[in-house]
Write a protein that binds this ligand. Structure first.
Ligand SMILES: [Zn+2]
Length: 335
């Protein structure tokens, strides 16, 4: 029986994402989205491959999110092809105003993020998998904050990503990460002896998410654990993005987020890869998304909201317990 856990507290003072950041990000993301939307082609449901049965959800920055009638995944009806999408993450995005990793590289908050965001995820996995000092491989490691958190907690941890700038930034912060594209030809070498493989905020970016998971499972040990984080559609953040479609800065953000998962579509994907849940942790940034967007639209309202910051974690915890949160972190193993 899989176990459920709820809420992860977040200190909003420590991460510099104010109204100015939100406003600037929105305008850059919108321009990039519209630019990239010119190169899109029709896509079947990335999880169940159904092509025809779906419902319209919302059009955002030139892309259309639809919901699969079969597995209930919410995904982009048309997307740029896989090679083109990959290029967005390989640092040759001259034509992009804001690349996916920009905020992580430009802001100097590596250690804060590592302690506040990544360390609790590592502790969750070690506790629920009952592992003490595993070999941990992080696929799509970004700047490597999770890898460093795992190293600090006694794991032999290593991370791989295709974004050179992010890798360099992480190496400068002494994270054990490397710029390598883990693919079917080399996967066994990199993950063959891993006790735990993490795929954090990666699957929603790749149209072939099922293939990627299958490839990892095929090339890893039978007893290996997998730690997967994905965005959840059934959340207040989705509701906010759908209602304020011209002010999306994260979550339902095309083409970065090719898809957002429901419980059913996530479990369908796991099943196809031969995996099952061990433990799930529900948390998110919905309250920040909601009030951030409302405040952005009321800049000169003279409504004093300083007290709100103190209450954000409490509000969010209520949503998490109702599974209306925008993220989940799931520990899995083979059936
Ligand atoms: Zn589907």
């Amino acid at each position: 029986m899989s176990r459920d856990f709820f809420s992860k507290s977040f200190n909003y003072e420590h991460i510099d994402r104010d109204i100015g950041w939100r406003s600037e990000t929105i305008s850059k993301r919108a321009n990039d989205g519209l630019k990239l939307s010119k190169k899109k082609i029709p896509s079947p449901c990335p999880v169940c491959e159904n092509y025809h049965e779906h419902k319209f959800i919302q059009k955002i920055y030139g892309f259309t999110y639809i919901r699969c009638n079969v597995c209930s995944l919410v995904y982009l009806k048309e997307i740029p092809n896989t090679e083109f999408l990959k290029d967005i993450y390989v640092s040759n995005q001259e034509e992009m105003e804001k690349s996916p990793g920009d905020d992580l590289i430009i802001t100097d908050d590596f250690n804060v993020r590592m302690e506040m965001i990544s360390t609790p995820k590592v502790e969750f996995a070690l506790r629920e998998a009952k592992l003490k000092t595993p070999k941990w491989v992080d696929i799509g490691c970004g700047v490597g904050d999770l890898v460093k958190a795992a190293t600090n907690l006694g794991c032999y941890a290593v991370g791989y990503d295709i974004d050179e700038r992010e890798i360099l930034h992480g190496q400068n912060n002494s994270s054990n990460i490397h710029c390598i594209d883990v693919n079917p030809d080399n996967a066994e070498r990199y993950i063959g002896d891993a006790d735990l493989i993490s795929v954090i905020s990666v699957l929603e970016h790749v149209p072939n998410c099922v293939e990627l998971l299958k490839m990892l499972v095929k090339n890893s040990k039978n007893e290996a654990y997998y730690l997967i984080e994905v965005p959840r559609y059934n959340s207040i953040s989705s509701l906010v993005n759908i209602n304020f479609k011209h002010q999306v800065s994260r979550h339902m953000l095309p083409p970065n987020h090719v898809m957002l998962f429901s419980e059913k579509s996530f479990d369908t994907m796991l099943g196809k890869a031969g995996l099952q849940r061990v433990a799930s942790w529900y948390y998110g940034m919905d309250i920040n998304e909601l009030f951030g967007t409302l405040l952005l639209n009321a800049e000169h309202s003279f409504i004093e909201t300083t007290e709100l910051k103190r209450l954000m974690n409490e509000f969010q915890a209520m949503l998490d317990r109702s599974k209306l949160c925008d993220e989940m972190l799931v520990l899995c193993k083979r059936f």
